[in-house]
Design a protein around this ligand. Structure first.
Ligand SMILES: [Zn+2]
Length: 436
């Protein structure tokens, strides 16, 4: 099993790196093991080439050498390895009419390496298998049994991962890693889930349990990565955008809870203690309704789906699917109280988005989670409120869109987490996220 703690540690400043491309490394730090450092440098340089081709497909070896400031011979050797391992492939040259040998364009190979992504949700676990470019190769969903215990849930997950692996042709493709998005506080370095209030799970060694459950299968020993669900969903928008991701990018997740994944400078913002992105517990209305965190007037207590459908008669203690279904049914029936409640939550979402826009000046805000499945009756009031806040200050409206991955946003993001971590060996991680 490989957790983040086992990957090469950060020792090299990347401040001067070009956007999306990351740095290349040219010499080891003093006083460190030369063999280990050479291996690390090589790994950094290999992944710099991969990331260049993720954002600029079709570059030649000479183009790459210029972009990453390595010699052509070094790039040639590294490219040969990356082609042999399934990261890259060559395509035929396009005739240009120019005289002389034409450079061979290089691309990320979508056919040989696979990313597996898992979304352990409140009601079900979703799994996707994707190519390195985020093309979906296979998909599974398993419903949780009532009151899912962590051990049983992970056991079923391991069986489902093996089934998905067989479904996509396990002998023809190599699984690069398994990413897991969790609705709670995660220590990414150890694979430990500290608290997932909506699952009722506390202090669960997710990584160790899954490693044990996969022992003896074809997936034994595959690297595992875990992170909070909103964070991985943001990574899904970053990694799998063929047109080049907007940056800074905020992924705002609206479920029973409200959270965000924040991408700044091509990196997931974790925070000093792992709390970055806990926007559900920013206070929108001092003295407002009581939040699950103990404060009053938090965004989650005004926008989250429990706020739209409070007890009695609601599904405050029920599943996410039951909550969405109950709200949607009442909206369809023209229930005035429900329409007002959803619009009220939408308006508060607009104010939250205004605050985020002021704080981060984002290039794009992406909305996701079960809340957006309620459609325009929820989203339009949010956009209208945001538009009014912008107009009052004579500022342009930020770009806001829905997640391109829909209900698979977290599972796709978990697959993206694997690519994000494996292609950025310089980025260390920490992190504990406490709230869902
Ligand atoms: Zn709160």
């Amino acid at each position: 099993m490989t957790f983040l703690a086992d990957l090469p540690r950060l020792w090299f400043s990347s401040a001067a790196a070009p956007r999306h491309a990351g740095p290349t490394a040219t010499r080891p730090a003093e006083g460190q093991d030369p063999t280990g450092q050479r291996r690390l440098l090589k790994g950094i340089n290999r992944m710099a080439l991969v990331r260049q081709l993720c954002v600029k497909p079709g570059l030649s070896r000479a183009d790459l050498a210029t972009c990453v400031r390595l010699t052509k011979s070094t790039v040639g050797l590294l490219v040969r390895e990356l082609i042999a391992e399934g990261w890259l492939h060559e395509r035929d040259c396009v005739p240009t009419g120019d005289i002389g040998r034409r450079p061979t364009p290089l691309y990320i190979d979508p056919t040989r390496l696979v990313l597996l992504g898992v979304d352990i949700g409140i009601d079900s676990t979703r799994l996707v298998a994707t190519s390195l470019l985020g093309e979906v190769l296979g998909r599974l969903e398993i419903q949780h049994e009532a009151g899912p215990g962590a051990q049983a849930c992970i056991g079923r997950l391991a069986a489902s991962l093996s089934a998905l692996h067989r479904q996509i042709g396990d002998s023809a493709r190599q699984v690069l890693g398994i990413g897991i998005g969790l609705p709670g506080g995660v220590d990414e370095t150890s694979g430990f889930l500290h608290f997932a209030p909506n699952l009722g799970w506390r202090e669960v060694p997710i990584g160790a349990l899954l490693e044990s459950a996969l022992a003896g299968t074809a997936l034994a020993g595959v690297p595992l990565f875990v992170q909070n669900e909103a964070d991985v969903a943001a990574l899904g928008e970053l990694e799998f955008d063929a047109d080049g991701a907007a940056d800074p990018l905020l992924y705002v997740s609206i479920n029973q809870g409200v959270g965000a994944g924040v991408i700044v400078g091509d990196r997931l913002l974790i925070g000093s203690r792992g709390f970055a992105g806990e926007i559900g517990h920013t206070i929108l209305q001092p003295g407002g309704p009581l939040c699950s965190c103990g404060r009053r007037g938090c965004a989650e207590a005004l926008i989250g789906m429990r706020a739209m459908l409070p007890p009695p008669g609601g599904a405050a203690q029920g599943s996410r699917a039951a909550t969405v279904a109950s709200i949607a049914a009442r909206l369809s029936a023209g229930d005035i109280e429900m329409l007002q409640s959803v619009a009220f939550a939408g308006n508060h979402l607009g104010t939250l988005l205004q605050n985020l826009a002021a704080a981060y000046d984002p290039a794009c805000i992406v909305l996701g989670g079960a809340g957006v499945a309620l459609g325009d009756r929820f989203v339009e009031p949010a956009l209208s409120t945001l538009r009014a806040h912008c107009a009052a200050a004579d500022l342009p409206m930020p770009t806001v869109r829905l997640s391109r991955h829909g209900a698979d946003a977290v599972a796709m993001g978990a697959a993206a987490l694997v690519r994000y971590r494996m292609t950025r060996p310089l980025i260390s991680a920490t992190s504990t996220k406490v709230f869902a």
